[in-house]
Design a protein around this ligand. Structure first.
Ligand code: FAD
Length: 556
């Protein structure tokens, strides 16, 4: 499901109906303003908007802030009672606040943080160091004693942890990181610019064709920037991650830990050709100038959306919750897209910190560095991830799921009652459709969560007894709760066929829909999923050029 934006100007046909429906629904719910800010709750529905944004996900809110700043009158309508979409904080269990869907931040574009002054509007992020922790069930490594692997911000420290498993890998780590950094900095400009539009390139007039020029120049600059790493980039885009990692490294669990980034949110295995792109997507961010860093947001991921909404409302935009609906015929174009998803998110309230056998707590319930990292479980070997994928291909949930645990309360204790913690479990693989006519009913939902909890118990005995409550979101639950088609966390898979100039389809790239004045501003558009904001900003830019053209035409 993509967020969309509609322009008041030139509304016609079915779209006029949409606008009327929206106006009606807005009128109906004008006393249910979004919780964006105190200023907003006092505002009244205006009689006319230049732009109506359907969906208050972070991308829709980014669009609103940019468009309002440019002088347009903007209204955002959200079907849920709460803004943020998949970047949301919800108190599901009393006293415990969860980043219910997305949970760590990195991809949000620095330009957006700056342009929208998000720090002034309340965004605070805790950087994590170490960033990744992989405990082992059985000691291993070169001397048979290594209990865990830690990845730090400092490459040298990471190399020392890797050296427990392989000296060769420790040496290669520095070079591997350098290569990824080089590739990321070369292609980064593509994240902040609209893709080349094939319909424009193929247009009959030179005037139309010239519209593609800025995008073509950005693309060429990026390709040139790749320089000697062009081959490596091509391989990342097309090869299986295992092939790439096997070239660099010999030790598990390092390879398995890195491989997790290549399958996050995707119904693929590290052995699937093209899985390297998903890996690249996950190292493309930065926080406070630290490249590739992932952090915990104070107040949860809803605080990202809230800071953007605060900015938009402060600039004059209106936000309404429990409002809006898209006409059926608009959706048919998008039905053929691939929305397959393997993700089940389990949000858990616990009364004490997990105590890992690999690195026992020094004092009961005292946060240790590894508690602040992304904790990778069932990550001893890449084959485990692949086998989990094969289970899902057969219509079953993985018997040994890939588990990423994040404990935001290790950095932000305000999210739970004193002494208690929140454990966010991002897990795969769980197919949307189960085999043998099974449904994702309470029985299967709990059976899967129990499988995950049994595995965690092996790494951290006492975990199960510490659980106060849990919120299980299987792919159909993610679809129902957040309107994510198929439960896909990226609004459509991030395969080569649905990237860049083909995102979400070639005809719909460049944010324009076939309905004049209707634009796509969600993660279904380039550059895709994650709490990035880029699709929202780029759609706003495209919309502004529509208004400029209209203004110039009207003044001729
Ligand atoms: C479980 C999970 C974990 C994730 N983890 C991370 C992570 O850690 N880090 C990260 O960067 N990304 C993560 N992601 C991906 C990221 O959260 C999403 O890609 C991103 O938030 C999408 O933002 P968006 O604004 O494009 O759309 P959404 O957040 O999906 O917002 C769209 C909004 O539109 C509303 N809407 C839809 N239809 C209508 C309608 N007809 N009328 C009115 N309103 C409508 C929806 O209710 C929703 O609020 C995760 C996603 C999930 C689901």
């Amino acid at each position: 499901m993509v967020s969309t934006m509609a322009l008041r100007a030139r509304l016609s046909g079915t779209f006029c109906k949409l606008y009327n429906d929206l106006s009606y629904n807005c009128r109906q719910s004008h006393n249910k303003y979004a919780t964006a800010s105190a200023t907003q709750s006092k505002s009244e529905l205006k009689s006319k908007y230049d732009v109506v944004i359907v969906g208050a996900g972070h991308n829709g809110l980014v669009s609103a802030a940019y468009l309002q700043e440019a002088g347009l009158n903007v209204c955002v309508v959200e079907r849920r009672h709460v803004i943020g979409g998949a970047a949301v904080t919800e108190e599901i269990i009393p006293g415990f606040k969860f980043s219910r869907a997305s949970y760590v931040l990195s991809l949000l574009r620095p330009k957006i943080v700056q342009d929208l002054e998000l720090k002034k509007y309340g965004l605070e992020v805790y950087l994590r160091d170490p960033s990744s922790y992989t405990p082992l069930l059985n000691p291993g490594g070169r001397d048979g004693k290594a209990r865990s692997l830690l990845l730090h911000r400092d490459s040298q420290k990471t190399a020392e942890s890797i050296a427990q498993f392989s000296q060769k890998d420790a040496k290669n780590w520095i070079e591997y990181e350098k290569q990824l950094e080089h590739i990321v900095s070369a292609i980064e400009p593509l994240m902040d610019n609209a893709p080349v539009s094939l319909p424009n390139v193929m247009a009959p007039t030179i005037r139309e064709q010239l519209k593609s020029l800025p995008a073509i120049l950005t693309l060429l600059k990026s390709l040139k920037g790749l320089g000697k790493e062009t081959d490596a980039f091509y391989e990342l885009m097309t090869a299986p991650t295992t092939k790439i990692l096997d070239k660099w490294f010999e030790s598990e669990p390092l390879k398995a830990t890195l491989a997790t980034d290549s399958v996050i949110g995707a119904m693929i295995s590290p052995k699937t050709p093209g899985s390297g792109y998903v890996l690249l997507h996950h190292v493309m961010g930065e926080l406070d100038g630290v490249k590739g860093a992932w952090g915990i947001v104070k107040g949860g991921m809803g605080a990202v959306s809230q800071s953007i909404a605060n900015c938009a409302v402060d600039r004059g935009a209106s936000i309404f919750t429990e409002a809006g609906n898209l006409p059926e015929d608009m959706m048919s174009e998008l039905r053929n897209l691939d929305y397959t998803s393997p993700v089940t998110k389990i949000n858990v309230a616990v009364k004490e910190l997990p105590n890992f056998v690999a690195d026992p707590n020094i004092r009961k319930n005292e946060v240790m560095p590894h508690h602040r990292a992304t904790i990778h479980l069932n990550c001893e070997h890449s084959d485990l991830i692949h086998e989990g994928f094969l289970d899902a291909q057969a219509g079953k949930f993985s018997r040994k799921p890939m588990i990423e645990m994040v404990i935001p309360t290790s950095l932000d204790p305000t999210m739970a009652p004193p002494g208690c913690h929140v454990c966010l479990l991002f897990t795969q693989y769980t197919p949307y459709h189960l085999a043998d006519g099974q449904e994702w009913d309470d029985g299967n939902r709990n059976r899967y969560a129990d499988t995950v909890f049994d595995d965690i118990e092996q790494y951290a005995p006492g975990f199960k007894a510490s659980v106060i409550g849990r919120d299980i979101l299987t792919p159909p639950d993610l679809e129902k709760t957040f309107n994510l088609t198929g439960g896909n966390i990226f609004h459509g898979t991030m395969g080569l066929d649905q990237l860049y100039m083909s995102r979400p389809t070639t005809r719909l790239s460049n944010y324009k829909s076939p309905v004049r004045g209707l634009y796509l501003c969600g993660s279904g558009a380039h550059p895709g999923g994650g709490v990035m904001g880029s699709a929202g900003r780029l759609a706003a830019m495209e919309t502004l050029s529509f208004f400029k053209r209209k203004y110039v035409k009207n003044n001729k």
